[in-house]
Design a protein around this ligand. Structure first.
Ligand code: CO
Length: 218
């Protein structure tokens, strides 16, 4: 592979020109169709890390997955950005699955564990530290080299809970719609995604504390 680190923005525009031309050559109606239809079945909530591109690693094409990414795939209860994405995906696009996807070797998780002063981002990483605090003894019982990857998994599990606790997801369940929230983790080392088996598919999977409305009973 040639050295791509010195690509300029103009080179990216040239790449784009060739990509669009290639698409049209294969299918003259390609963009016309995409322009009018967006019906993804999935919402991906993942890390901003450049090595974890959503569409690519699950083999989906443009139009097939709605994507939200931030540092260390965090879904804080009152983050207007994440909540807006979830509302649009659930209520307008009517996705059937929300995939919370963390990854091993996550820089955000490592930074939270190291506790170094990074400036404003420390306030964002505090969400990861909440998870670490909750599982402090279990994480610290591991060899140091394994702690970040375990915390990355625990963070996914916590964010699956946070997604399921939102009013939009619970409203979809109250309306009887099929909507599942999954927790996955991606390995940079082998390119594989592992299912953490923490899927939540209904309000009775939530602790009573977080249930909204009177429709949800065990
Ligand atoms: Co990351």
């Amino acid at each position: 592979m040639s050295d791509r680190t010195d690509l300029e923005p103009a080179d990216l525009l040239e790449n784009n020109r060739r990509w669009a031309a290639g698409k049209l050559a294969a299918d003259a109606d390609y963009f016309n169709r995409l322009q009018h239809i967006q019906q993804p079945r999935y919402l991906w909530i993942g890390c901003s890390d450049s090595r974890v591109p959503a569409n690519t690693i699950v083999g989906l094409r443009p139009g097939e997955i709605f994507v939200h990414r931030n540092i260390a795939n965090v879904v804080p209860h009152s983050d207007l950005n994440a909540l807006s994405v979830i509302q649009y995906a659930v209520e307008v696009l009517r996705v059937r699955h929300i995939l919370v996807v963390g990854h091993y070797g996550c820089g955000g998780v490592k930074a939270a564990l190291e506790g170094t002063d990074l400036g404003e981002i420390d306030n964002w990483l505090a969400h990861i530290k909440d998870v670490w605090r909750e599982h402090y003894d279990a994480v610290m019982a591991l060899p140091e080299a394994e702690r970040a990857d375990r915390l990355a998994e625990l963070n996914v599990i916590a964010q699956v809970q946070n997604v399921a606790r939102t009013s939009m997801v619970q409203k979809a369940w109250a309306e009887g719609r099929s909507l599942s929230v999954h927790g996955w983790i991606y390995s940079l080392a082998d390119g594989r995604i592992r299912d953490l088996d923490v899927t939540i598919a209904g309000c009775t999977d939530l602790h009573a504390v977080f249930r909204i409305g009177s429709d949800c009973r065990d």
